[in-house]
Design a protein around this ligand. Structure first.
Ligand code: GLU
Length: 451
């Protein structure tokens, strides 16, 4: 596919010009605009209202210096970001990513995706994202605390429970959220749900940690159902070994599937016996907590498993593929390996794991794709439930949360499928998710005037 509509072309060209060099952001915008063609053609009023020009421009972009002192007494300086992208349907909502490759293009791509993802949940949350080029791997707890305190010392003035509510993402888990929350409370002297993904004793939501992974598996289950298939007995290739992979593996095991791979920046693990419930699942948490960002030790701990250094798992034969590591982990080379291995279903766990070229190639080869902004929306959906819990000064039980998560994921799947069908895309969930997410944002923006 390519963009043919003149209005969409014009908008994309101006995004390219204005955001030169931000390739992940351009990729995310292109993918969305491409699927909006039939919608834009039916709604000429959007062009008159400059709707897309406004949609692709963040409402506010904040960058700031984050100075901190390491354990050797040396001063370090990182760069902090918060992109408040769109507040048409609710306060800005989206995680913080701490990783050395973070720059404006990554934060903007994530913030842009978040607008549609959050809209798809059906809940009242706008789109935002933030982070820093700080690398928590290999840092002591004290260093992470000093960094988080410094980061919040600037960020606190821009956020609030009804303004902008950050959460975790890569490199930001319960530890970081705790330090960030403590500093916010100290600076603002207000106890409010300004962050989600908090620890259970101080306002966190039962089930939030596993929500993203569980939601992905519910979404995959709905995709399989369309073709009369079920998860039970299926072999699954999963990448990554962090929070998203962990929740995914857990739910897959509960539903009777078998996870045969995990991966890290150092290579991948093939486990013919499956990454089974109990000891093996728990070991993923240990790997993460080690702060080394490697998966090789899994094969030492469980000798039946084999470690493939420097390789990715996409050529391994399986029934279902679930990338849970990071953006663009599946390019053309990986997509070709997947097709050669007989891949039929790809359900995206990580944000934008597949390049646009690879998505087109996979689709042309009959692969059914569940796009990340729909499939991984269970995390942010539960974040919104956490916001509601905090605002209502109450606590929700795990079963309540799980039930709500499951029905949200079924809904997201069904509304993406219905939107694709309505605009002549068949069962193309990539287009359907973009359209269903966009429709709600567009009508809210139209109602609110030129702001
Ligand atoms: N970082 C997660 C995402 O990509 C969660 C965001 C949130 O809970 O606000 O959706």
């Amino acid at each position: 596919m390519s963009i043919k509509n003149a209005y969409l072309q014009r908008v994309y060209e101006s995004v390219e010009k204005r955001n030169a060099g931000e390739k992940e952001f351009l990729q995310a915008v292109y993918e969305v605009l491409e699927s909006l063609e039939p919608v834009i053609e039916q709604h000429p009023e959007y062009e008159a209202a400059g709707l897309l020009e406004r949609l692709v421009e963040p409402e506010r972009v904040i960058t700031f210096r984050v100075p901190w002192v390491d354990d050797n007494g040396k001063v370090q300086v990182n760069r902090g970001y918060r992109v408040q992208f769109n507040s048409a349907i609710g306060p800005y909502k989206g995680g913080l990513r701490f990783a050395p490759n973070v720059y404006m293009g990554i934060i903007k791509f994530l913030g842009f995706e978040q607008i549609f993802k959050n809209s798809l949940t059906g809940l009242p949350i706008g789109g935002g994202k933030g982070g820093s080029d700080f690398d928590p791997n290999g840092k002591s707890d004290a260093e992470v605390m000093r960094f988080c305190q410094s980061f919040m010392t600037e960020l606190y003035r821009h956020i609030g429970a009804n303004t902008d509510v950050p959460a975790g993402d890569l490199g930001v888990g319960a530890r970081e959220i705790g330090y960030l929350f403590g500093q916010y409370k100290r600076l603002k002297d207000v106890y409010e749900g300004v962050l989600t993904g908090k620890g259970i004793p101080y306002g966190g939501l039962n089930g939030r940690t596993e929500a993203t992974g569980y939601g992905i598996v519910f979404f995959a289950r709905e995709m399989l159902k369309r073709f009369g298939e079920e998860l039970k007995g299926k072999e699954v290739v999963v990448s990554g070994f962090g929070n998203v992979s962990w929740g995914t593996v857990q739910k897959l095991n509960q539903l009777g599937a078998k996870v045969i791979t995990i991966s890290g920046p150092d290579g991948y693990i093939y486990d013919p016996d499956g990454v089974t419930a109990g000891e093996k699942e728990d070991y993923l948490l240990e790997l993460r907590a080690s702060g080394k960002n490697i998966c090789a030790p899994y094969a030492e701990k469980f000798p039946n498993a084999k470690f493939f250094p420097g390789e990715k798992p996409w050529g391994v034969k399986a029934d279902l593929y679930i990338p849970c590591a990071t953006q663009n982990e599946i390019g053309m080379e990986e997509a070709k390996a997947m097709v050669a291995a007989g891949c039929k279903f790809l359900c995206e766990g990580s944000n934008m794991p597949t390049t646009n070229e690879a998505v087109a190639f996979l689709r042309d080869n009959g692969v059914v794709i569940g796009p990340a902004k729909a499939a991984n929306a269970g995390g942010v959906a539960c974040s919104c439930i956490e916001m509601g819990q905090n605002a209502g000064h109450t606590v929700f039980a795990p079963d309540q949360v799980y039930a709500q998560l499951e029905s949200i994921m079924v809904n997201i799947h069904d509304s993406a499928a219905a939107a694709a069908e309505k605009y002549g895309f068949g069962y193309n969930l990539v287009a359907g998710a973009n359209i269903a997410g966009f429709e709600k944002i567009a009508s809210a923006m139209m109602a609110q005037g030129i702001v």
